[in-house]
Design a protein around this ligand. Structure first.
Ligand code: UDP
Length: 471
């Protein structure tokens, strides 16, 4: 009978893609395994990007099977659409009966899965898996440094609740540079909220799991990985085994055609600054105007993924109408920048873009996948965080890994045209930009080595796959 590994990602591209890549990697270590990905639908994921992606994977990798759990209706007390972390935890809990049924059916019709790997946002389902005696691992699609904070949370949350009130202090976690309180992940600012409580519960459950798989590589975050392995983040329980298996990145070879790739073909080597803000990043109209002015004044070539501004009160969504550039951009901007700049509507094939030889810089919202994709391609970054744990990621990129420059925001996160112009010039023209570029190239080589024959990430996953085969 076929051995099965069950993967349970949290919805949204940023969580689904690395989980799928993990499934593909497991198959390279053990092609006889069957991978089942349990997928769910939540309101913040309209399916407009995940559905075509899932269908592509189903065609190209038939050993990966998607099982869609029956959709549930939103809870009446549903968290705000803008509180993604709360929604993710809340919905996962509500999916538990459907999940339990699906797993029981799987066990009775096939066999008990050799292992399950669940996203940390799926922590409310941990006991559903363990109650069915399925060895359960956590998957952390973000940094090991973020994981250090998460694991320490159950023992330190009282101190954090006090400290977070003071914007002029910083918080220390093992193996992580001091994080200024304003840079802590969004859920930390509502310590009574579902998301913060969900993180504490996850921090309690993770050490009880069979181990943690993280989408990072040892050379990228050596201090945080060591702190976790040494048990510094889990003073009250044994250190959970940690397997750094990244960077897990979508195979860009699957994307061959896009106008922006053809446009990049006509640009000089490493001359283009790419601006892209994740699957959910949105800017108000006045901020879009400011970006356009800053880019034009910088004199640099650019490729900018632009979405319509949010409706009042909304901060993120992936289902916006096509942006009206005549209204959103300065008069004559497109004519004046023709040839040296390209604006792409809503979505670009980011992995393929970053790997293109013409791209020389990346203005990013600091989502973890975007960071890994830039590092894997050796592209230096300017960090402009927008939501989730992205401010913390920027601190890591700038202070610890030194692969990015920081944009300075004014009150409310607004970035002026002058500031954007300055940072783009600094990245592309200055000595500090050169330093960041050299450092990211070093990390690119380290990432390649980690994934290659005998590399740390390859060996870590091989070890796990071998243990599942024997179990
Ligand atoms: N992405 C893309 N094109 C876009 C925007 C995003 O391909 O126009 C991909 C990007 O390559 C990355 C993912 O969407 O793999 C976004 O994940 P990340 O963790 O960076 O940010 P999130 O969307 O979770 O905030």
């Amino acid at each position: 009978m076929e051995d099965t590994i069950v993967l349970y990602p949290s919805p949204g591209m940023g969580h689904l893609v690395p989980m799928v890549e993990l499934g593909k990697l497991i198959l390279t270590h053990n092609p006889s395994f069957s991978i089942i990905i349990l997928s769910t639908t939540v309101p913040f994921d309209t399916g407009s990007t995940t559905a075509p992606y899932i269908s592509r994977v189903s065609t190209t990798t038939p050993s990966i099977h998607f099982h869609h759990l029956p959709t549930i209706s939103p809870p009446s007390t549903s968290s705000s659409i803008n509180n993604i972390a709360a929604l993710a935890f809340e919905f996962t809990g509500l999916y538990n009966p459907n999940l339990h049924y699906a797993l029981e059916t799987l066990i009775s019709q096939k066999s008990r899965p050799k292992a399950s790997i669940i996203d940390f946002f799926c922590s409310p389902s941990f006991e559903v898996f363990t109650s069915l005696h399925i060895p359960t691992y956590y998957f952390c699609p973000s940094s090991a440094s973020g994981l250090s904070c998460l694991l320490l949370l159950p023992t330190t949350h009282q101190t954090i609740i006090e400290k977070i009130k003071d914007p002029n202090t910083s918080i220390e976690f093992p193996g992580v540079p001091p994080i200024p309180t304003p840079d802590m992940p969004v859920p930390f600012f509502d310590t009574e909220g579902i998301a913060f409580k969900g993180l504490i519960s996850a921090g309690i459950s993770i050490p009880k799991s069979s181990g943690i798989l993280t989408n990072t590589f040892c050379a990228f975050e050596p201090r945080a990985v060591k702190a976790i392995s040494d048990g510094l983040c889990t003073p009250n329980s044994p250190a959970p085994p940690i397997y750094c298996i990244g960077p897990l990145i979508e195979d860009s070879g699957e994307v061959h055609e896009h106008d922006c790739l053809r446009w990049l073909d006509s640009q000089p080597r490493q001359s283009v600054v790419f601006l892209c803000f994740g699957s959910m990043g949105l800017f108000k109209a006045e901020q879009l105007m400011e970006i356009a002015i800053g880019l034009e004044k910088s004199g640099h070539r650019f490729l900018w993924v632009l979405r319509s501004p949010p409706a009042d009160g909304e901060t993120k969504s992936s289902a916006k109408p096509e942006p009206d550039l005549d209204v959103l951009l300065p008069n004559g901007f497109l004519d004046r920048t023709r040839g040296r700049g390209l604006v792409v509507m809503k979505w670009a094939p980011q992995v393929a873009v970053l790997s293109h030889d013409s791209v020389g810089g990346f203005v990013t919202h600091c989502g973890w996948n975007s960071i890994l994709e830039a590092v894997r391609a050796g592209v230096p970054m300017v960090g402009w965080p927008l939501y989730a744990e992205q401010r913390l990621n920027r601190v890591l990129l700038v202070e610890e890994m030194k692969v990015a420059l920081a944009l300075e925001e004014s009150e409310g996160g607004f970035v002026s045209a002058d500031e954007l112009e300055k940072r783009v010039r600094e990245l592309m023209d200055s000595v500090s930009g050169k330093g960041v570029r050299e450092r990211v190239r070093e990390m690119k080589d380290c990432a390649e080595a980690a994934l290659g024959e005998g590399g740390t990430s390859r060996v870590a996953l091989a070890e796990l796959a071998e243990s599942w085969k024997k179990s």
